[in-house]
Design a protein. Sequence first.
Length: 274
Amino acid sequence: MKPILLPFAASLSLASAGVVLTPTQDTDVYQFTTYPTSTTYSLGVNSSGGQGHSQKSLVKFNPTTATLAMTAAEIGTAKLRLYVLPDGSPSSGYGGTLVPGFVTVHAQGTAWTVAAARWSTFSPGTSLGTIGISQPSTETVAVWVELDVTAQVKAWVAGTAANNGFVIQAADETSTPSLNVSFASMETGFPPQLVVEKVQPKPFQVTGFSNSGANVTVGWNSESGKSYRVQESPDMVTWTTRQTVVATGTTSSATVAKTVYADGKGFFRVVVTQ
């Protein structure tokens, strides 16, 4: 048991719980042929200034209450992470020379499969954000880029939006020089990641204490489902439980009648029991 004594409040450190998902499917599509590219190790994103040689990528994960072991309300942050492939020629296993620029990430509007993906498959919704790409990975330095996609993932888990994955595309199709970047696909040792962290509970601490007439009211930060004991002592040695509270939210409180001690002194504390 970890108590909090009044009037001094000691805090209890609570560790976060995170989950890393890898894709259930991913692919890139070359505009000129309208088909996915043959390089399954990479997810290409580039612009061609309207010349018909652009690439976009699709990535889908499966964030659910079951796969994350958390509800939508329990999600604190969700980040899409992508590994920038090293420079190199296609024959070397890498996706060409990186041309720096910006990519945008969108929620895909329609369902898709790798086998059936075509240029017309892309249906990007409102941009979820922009990622700046400035350098590729090297043999000694792994370059990961990430974007906060918390709101979208919460919507998927809550069932308020259909999960068709993400579209990754050039932020500006007319930029010069044309953007060219290759991210590692799910077939590599550096697959895309969806990193979901559980919301951080507030520290276990007393947040309020009031003394009114014959009663004392104590308030504290809590975790739903946990049990807390409000205890009283005349000397901070012997403690008597006055009330047990099972929390139903992130804050709890209890009002108890004070015991009248001979020397007029009394102490209260809150103890979490589970």
